[in-house]
Design a protein around this ligand. Structure first.
Ligand SMILES: O=C(CO)[C@H](O)[C@H](O)COP(=O)(O)O
Length: 216
């Protein structure tokens, strides 16, 4: 399992400072949707320029204009761009073909989708790289965690790989290790800690099963 940290509620400059602490121990840095709403592609550009070897995901959550909007994010340096599963297949295809053109990857966000297996089968056939089950921030604690959706998603995937997001914390890691998605996304559980490097190290150690990660 790869660990993706979501930088949501911080400025681009704070994201750069946080990245400096963890770029060597994190698998993917996500520029979260709230940061993109506030600052556009600036943080994507800044992070990729400072850490060219780190995978940067732009959580644009595209819902229309798949080609144009994903091209902007890839052009800014994103390695992975997100599109909503609720978007039209034409939009998804636009993101996929643009990602291929740039040599980059597509993640589809299943937020709000009720028939997980049906939509996942369709998306898998469209050639997306990752399908992410996601419990929205606004419904976390009120509806089911994304882990049930993950157990529905995994058996139907033929080509795409699974990701999971929405309130993931240390307590969830044993459950997620059993399910074994390709990517685990954690935001507030990591960025809310005063020592972000320690928080990421602890989660990576829990994921990788022992004190194997980093040296601090
Ligand atoms: O995409 C998001 C919100 O739409 C968040 O980045 C994602 O849910 C991870 O954050 P958290 O772990 O705090 O839920």
């Amino acid at each position: 399992m790869k660990l993706q940290i979501a930088f949501d509620l911080m400025s681009a400059n704070d994201a750069l400072d946080a990245a400096a602490e963890i770029y060597d121990i994190i698998d993917i840095i996500e520029v979260g949707t709230p940061m993109i709403v506030r600052e556009g592609m600036v943080p994507v550009r800044m992070l990729k320029k400072s850490y060219p070897d780190t995978t940067v995901l732009a959580d644009v959550k595209i819902v229309d204009g798949g080609d144009i909007e994903s091209a902007d994010a890839f052009h800014a340096g994103a390695d992975i761009v997100t599109v909503l599963a609720a978007a039209a297949d034409e939009t998804i295809k636009g993101v996929v073909s643009t990602a291929v053109r740039y040599g980059k990857k597509t993640m589809v966000d299943m937020i709000g989708i009720s028939d997980i297996q049906k939509r996942a089968e369709e998306l898998d056939a469209l050639g997306v790289d990752y399908i992410c089950v996601h419990t929205a921030v606004d419904v976390q604690g009120k509806r089911e965690s994304p882990y049930h959706d993950l157990s529905l998603l995994l058996p139907v995937l033929k080509n795409s790989k699974a990701a999971v997001a929405g309130g993931v914390n240390m307590a969830a890691i044993p459950v997620l290790k059993d399910l074994d998605p390709e990517i685990v996304v954690a935001g507030s559980a990591l960025t809310g800690q005063s020592d972000i490097r320690r928080a990421v190290l602890e989660m990576q150690d829990a994921i990788k099963g022992g004190k194997t990660y980093g040296n601090s």
